[in-house]
Design a protein around this ligand. Structure first.
Ligand code: SF4
Ligand code: SF4
Length: 77
């Protein structure tokens, strides 16, 4: 299973991750106070094909992607 971790302190809701994901696994949500941040939809844990486009395009370096296998192996992306 793939896990996307978004650092909400870094994310500024620019939407680039949402635009580049060809599987449409991202959405922008509004936090209390009105600030917008990105998050993945529920299906992303199963559907993501690990292309890393979202992570690579994020100008704020706010996205971490890993899988249970990586956690077992201790790999960090
Ligand atoms: S590309 Fe990065 S900063 Fe922009 S919405 Fe996505 S996670 Fe947030
Ligand atoms: S790694 Fe690729 S498929 Fe997965 S959420 Fe990011 S852009 Fe979408």
């Amino acid at each position: 299973m793939i896990k996307h971790v978004i650092d909400q302190k870094r994310c500024d809701g620019c939407g680039k991750c949402l635009e580049i994901c060809n599987l449409e696994l991202w959405e922008i949500v509004e936090l209390e106070g009105g600030r917008k941040v990105a998050r993945t939809i529920n299906e992303a844990t199963m559907a993501c094909h690990f292309c890393f486009f979202c992570k690579d395009i994020c100008p704020r370096n706010a996205i971490t992607i890993n899988s249970e296998e990586d956690e077992v192996l201790g790999r960090i992306f």
